[in-house]
Design a protein around this ligand. Structure first.
Ligand code: 13P
Length: 287
């Protein structure tokens, strides 16, 4: 059964480790992530962007697929199905469809409007026992065609949003989605420290988990980050393994590639990436 992310993140914050949010794009990715979490006895969050939700035939299809897998694969570790960077409408659709967690990304609204919309969604999630993530300060880079500048959040605004009763808070600390540029200034630990001081026990979320050096990840966890989002790294390992398989020409004597065999190396590559991240984040054995 899908669970809210609240309990796993409260434990992570107290235990000074982080739970990985791995974004899913298809059946193979989802299966790889769930099997790895089960093998490593780690809690896990499956992230679904609005674009990926559309691609996978809508939120109800995603909920059906994930619930089916939890049962058929005999998954016993805590799994949350979470909308990533949801719009107000998308958040409502996922609540309706049976997700167990949502992110409402109101960072592009004026703070008053972000507060009003977040408040409304917090009340709905509370009633349904779901977790809700809010964002302050935009995360840079491109996601689903939306480009943000990677600004640092205002700690006072973070406190204002945290006080609305959200489960977890994504604060921009110079992190960006996708690969980091050569001249990237690094994470602003000063901002993170200030945010954590003002928000206390609130689990903090680090987006853009791909390509952040290990020492920075560890320092971020020590300063209150208890959820780390990873997407691009899984995409890169999946694409690389698939390309290598095709280049090796393992088709069936001119009959083309067996679709199951074609996607197997990519699925294995995702397992390896997820394992590496769970070990780095310290969530192994914490289920
Ligand atoms: P990356 O694509 O940089 O790993 O970021 C993922 C993310 O933050 C999803 O919200």
């Amino acid at each position: 059964m899908l669970v809210s992310a609240k309990e796993m993140l409260t434990k992570a914050k107290a235990g000074k480790y982080a739970v990985g949010q791995f974004n899913i794009n298809n059946l193979e990715w989802t299966k790889s992530i769930l099997l790895t979490a089960e093998e490593l006895k780690s809690p896990v969050i499956l992230g679904v962007s609005e674009g990926a939700g559309k691609y996978m035939c809508g939120y109800k299809t995603v909920v059906g697929m994930v619930n089916g897998m939890l049962e058929e694969l005999g998954i016993t570790v805590p799994v949350a199905l979470h909308l990533d960077h949801g719009s107000y409408e998308g958040a409502k659709a996922c609540i309706e469809a049976g997700f167990s967690s949502i992110m409402f990304d109101g960072s592009h609204y004026p703070i008053e409007e972000n507060v009003a919309k977040t408040k409304e969604l917090v009340a709905i999630c509370e009633e349904k026992g779901m977790s809700i993530e809010a964002e302050v300060g935009s995360i840079g880079g491109e996601e689903d065609g939306v480009v943000g500048a990677g600004e640092c959040a205002d700690p006072e605004e973070c406190k204002m949003i945290a006080d609305l009763g959200v489960t977890m808070l994504a604060a921009g600390i110079g992190n960006i989605h996708g690969k980091y540029p050569e001249n990237w200034a690094g994470l602003s630990f000063e901002t993170l420290d200030a945010v954590q001081k003002l928000t206390g026990d609130m689990p903090l979320v680090l987006h853009g988990g791909t390509g952040i050096p290990e020492d920075m990840i560890k320092k971020a966890i020590s300063l209150g980050v208890s959820k780390i989002n990873v997407n691009t790294e899984c995409q890169l390992s999946f694409a690389d393994a698939t390309r290598k398989y095709i280049e090796a020409g393992k088709d069936q004597e001119g009959k083309g590639f067996d679709p199951r065999k074609l996607l197997a190396p990519g699925a294995d590559a995702i397992k390896a990436t997820v394992k590496e991240k769970m070990e780095l984040f310290g969530s192994v054995g914490k289920a």
